[in-house]
Design a binder for this molecule. Sequence first.
Ligand SMILES: Nc1nc2c(ncn2[C@@H]2O[C@H](COP(=O)(O)OP(=O)(O)O)[C@@H](O)[C@H]2O)c(=O)[nH]1
Ligand SMILES: [Mg+2]
Length: 301
Amino acid sequence: MPDIEDKFADFKSGFVAIVGAPNVGKSTLLNQMLGEKISITSKKPQTTRNRILGVLHRPGSQLAFIDTPGIHIAKRPLNIRIVETALSALGNVDIILVMVDVANPDPDSEDLLVKKLEKIKQPVVLALNKTDLVKKPALLSVIDKWAKAYSFKAIIPVSAILGQIEDLIDAMEALLPKGPPFFPEDTLTDMSERFIAAEMIREQVFRLTGQEIPYSTAVTIDSFSEKKKGKLVKIHATIHVERTSQKGMIIGKNGSKLKMIGTEARKEIERMLGTKVFLALFVRVHKNWGKDTKALRKFGY
Ligand SMILES: Nc1nc2c(ncn2[C@@H]2O[C@H](COP(=O)(O)OP(=O)(O)O)[C@@H](O)[C@H]2O)c(=O)[nH]1
Ligand SMILES: [Mg+2]
């Protein structure tokens, strides 16, 4: 029998950090690469707050992606924590994937990013996302601009939403170091279903509420019943807001907003678990939790 070293003699594996400004499509790309939703997305910036791991298994290689919160100039303690989380992902990876939105350039975030890249030793690949929104000549001038800004190993136009991402995956695979896989073949992520369920609730708050509400929201899972064949999974969760006025806005007229958030989140959770779910949502005011370091820890940031 061949021993394990023989079996993986030609195997390639490594970690890839996905970084970029808020809202460029990092989480959308990760979900598309994995063919499954593990990272929440929305039209609003700063949806992702934690480090999200997703593992892509290919015949001769394994790519472990770390989806990061967007890098931006932060002032609030919550946002400072979020940017620290994004930057700390850069140190221990094999490849850095930088993503920009070609339809909505963000010079401030992009300058900050290029400055951070100057200190980096690992290979950096640039993904130019949302090519579905721009015409070819505009894209060519964007490619030209970026080629001058930094010595990327590859610059690849993609459309994460349309799944036009194969060239990008190939480019990253080519840069992987040799080595056996880090994760078993059936591992998609290291996050618990409990954590992803809380994220799916937070995603609907991001999508269905306006103004500052999404940024004042944290979600905790209070109970999560065991998955048993033929049985409903029962989940109790709390949406924490920073002010009493926000509680009313989450609940909505006659509870209509909260009901919508619950229904949409439940559908996503059912898809993830592959079973029917009963989801009960509560709303609680935790005054200014985003400025309270103890609360940040309690909510997982
Ligand atoms: N048109 C277009 N929209 C995209 C594409 N990729 C992502 N989006 C949208 O951009 C928004 C932000 O995406 P998200 O993945 O949350 O960005 P992140 O903050 O970088 O993780 C969402 O509304 C996505 O549907 C793309 O390739 N084309
Ligand atoms: Mg994201």
